[in-house]
Design a protein around this ligand. Structure first.
Ligand SMILES: C[S@@+](CC[C@H](N)C(=O)[O-])C[C@H]1O[C@@H](n2cnc3c(N)ncnc32)[C@H](O)[C@@H]1O
Length: 186
């Protein structure tokens, strides 16, 4: 089943775009579900750059990667994704990126992703994205993302030039189980 969970669906989409050896970005590492998926996908000759503002989450993700023997291809950065461009090596091109919007735990509204920083970060990634590359945004109601962030993001995405980018919005129509937004660079 891939349609019953926004993260699974986002991974399914990423799987179509990523090949071993690619460079990819996890813009919201958290405990590392997406980071681990990306690390396995790019393999030990690819590279994952992960951004996260919470030190404890970064540490826990790092441990998880070591246990899974997937740490060598991952660079974890304890900094906001709004400074992605300054953190990446110059000339580096990325094949894919994932944002998982909201907070790390359903009980907390601390360290929530914000519309301005999410939008700034994805534009920075677009400037380094390969043709055929993909950016996905996971909107899972368990992570408390705000409707304000979703609305600003969709408004911004809808202004992307259709000759350069295909932008899609995936959501279930018979149940509220989250959404996925995706940009493909043409
Ligand atoms: C929904 S959670 C991510 C869940 C994660 N994919 C996982 O597998 O655990 C969103 C994460 O984004 C982080 N975050 C919020 N603002 C951020 C920013 N400006 N830059 C990087 N990470 C940020 C939060 O600390 C939180 O861990």
């Amino acid at each position: 089943m891939i349609l019953n969970h926004p993260t699974k669906f986002a991974h399914f989409l990423l799987d179509q775009a990523i090949r071993p050896g690619d460079v990819v970005i996890d813009a919201t590492v958290g405990y590392g579900d997406d980071t681990l998926f990306l690390a396995e996908r790019v393999a030990d000759f690819g590279q994952v750059y992960g951004f996260e503002i919470q030190k404890e989450a970064i540490d826990s993700c790092a441990e998880r990667l070591i246990k899974a023997n997937q740490a060598s291809q991952v660079t974890l950065l304890n900094q906001g994704h709004e400074r992605i461009i300054t953190a990446l090596p110059p000339e580096l091109k990325a094949q894919a990126a994932i944002f998982s919007l909201g907070t790390l735990s359903p009980d907390s509204f601390e360290h929530i992703t914000l519309p301005n920083t999410t939008i700034s970060a994805y534009h920075q990634i677009l400037s380094r994205l390969n043709r055929g590359g993909l950016i996905v945004f996971v909107i899972d109601p368990r992570f408390n993302e705000t409707q304000e962030e979703i609305d600003y993001l969709i408004a911004d995405l809808s202004r992307l030039e259709p000759t350069n980018y295909r932008v899609c919005h995936f959501k279930a129509v018979n149940v509220d189980q989250g959404q996925v937004l995706a940009i493909e660079k043409i």
